[in-house]
Write a protein that binds this ligand. Structure first.
Ligand SMILES: NC(=[NH2+])NCCC[C@H](N)C(=O)O
Length: 306
């Protein structure tokens, strides 16, 4: 578990630094006004933020995911690995279930973290801004709305994360098996990057409409009176105002982000675990160098079971 934690931390930091700008663009597109849209699309949003707020504008709200994802990834890879071992054997169904369990549990951190991140990404810059930072945002929300306010969007976060993390780990397991990822393979890292990036894309595609609803619920009330009475009301109002396409808003930048972020995360976790463990216990328990150890087939496929 400890090694999973550390590898998860390293993977999380790598992923956030690579992907936060794409996430900022996603949130801006998801919640911008349909009557007076500020951005024409993904590229225009990127360019506008850089022009009006500099590159640092793309990293608004970085603190929250950087701190949060350190624990989230540790929790995800730790829970997934231990759940998979507790389930007894490695099968596609158990891969999905272990991933789903990890996705559900990490919502405890993910939901408040994304609430702060979303609000910071959307607030106006300058002295008029409402929040000084992620922690200040959560403290203010707690002061005004209590614990319920800090956990705003929890149900939609659970509906997004539980199945998507199941897909995340199932896809990674299937792809690393299909690509024949093994210690000592000279194409190991490119294969891990491909498997990790594809897993990220498949996981976001699996529940993306729920993410649009979650972003809208977490942003609700930031600029004026709250509009939504809950998930179904948000779905109903959004569909009525913009049709089904509203549930694909920001998808391009999400997928642009998902590949590099999760390629970096999974490859970092797998490489850290593979080489940090170094030796595989031999039949009598004596240590043998990892390079010569016969990997247990798909053993490498699972960062958690390395
Ligand atoms: N909502 C999801 N797709 N979750 C699975 C992928 C999560 C991953 N940490 C990312 O930020 O891309």
């Amino acid at each position: 578990m400890a090694l999973d934690f550390l590898a998860g931390c390293a993977g999380g930091v790598a992923g956030v630094l690579v992907g936060h700008p794409f996430d900022t663009v996603k949130v801006r597109l998801q919640v911008q006004s349909v009557e007076k849209p500020q951005y024409r699309g993904t590229l225009h949003c990127f360019k506008s933020i850089i022009k009006q707020e500099s590159v640092l504008g793309l990293y608004k709200g970085l603190g929250s995911p950087l701190m949060g994802l350190t624990f989230i990834n540790a929790l995800v890879f730790g829970v997934q690995g231990n759940t998979l071992r507790a389930l007894g054997h490695d099968s596609p169904l158990n891969q999905f279930l272990a991933g789903a369990a990890a996705g559900a549990i990490q919502c405890v951190i993910c939901c408040p973290m994304e609430l702060a991140k979303t609000r910071l990404q959307l607030q106006d810059a300058g002295p008029a801004r409402t929040y000084k930072g992620s922690l200040d945002c959560l403290v203010q929300i707690y002061g005004h709305e209590g614990l319920r306010g800090v956990n705003r969007g929890m149900v939609s976060t659970l509906l997004r994360e539980t199945p998507s993390f199941g897909v995340y780990f199932l896809t990674y397991d299937a792809l690393t098996r299909a690509l024949g990822c093994e210690p000592g393979d000279r194409l190991l890292v490119p294969k891990l990057l491909l498997a990790g990036g594809t897993s990220g894309i498949m996981s976001w595609l699996s529940t993306y409409p729920v993410d649009v609803v979650k972003s809208r619920l977490q942003a609700d009330g930031l600029r004026g009176a709250p509009r939504y009475r809950g998930i179904l009301d948000c779905v109903r109002q959004s569909y009525r105002a913009e049709g089904w396409r509203v549930f694909t808003r920001g998808l391009a930048s999400t997928l642009l982000r998902a590949f590099p972020v999760n390629a970096a995360t999974f490859a970092t976790v797998t490489v850290v675990l593979t080489y940090a463990r170094g030796e595989e216990a031999g039949p009598e328990g004596e240590a043998v160098p990892a390079a010569s150890a016969a990997p247990a087939g798909p053993a490498l496929a699972q960062p958690s079971s390395l």
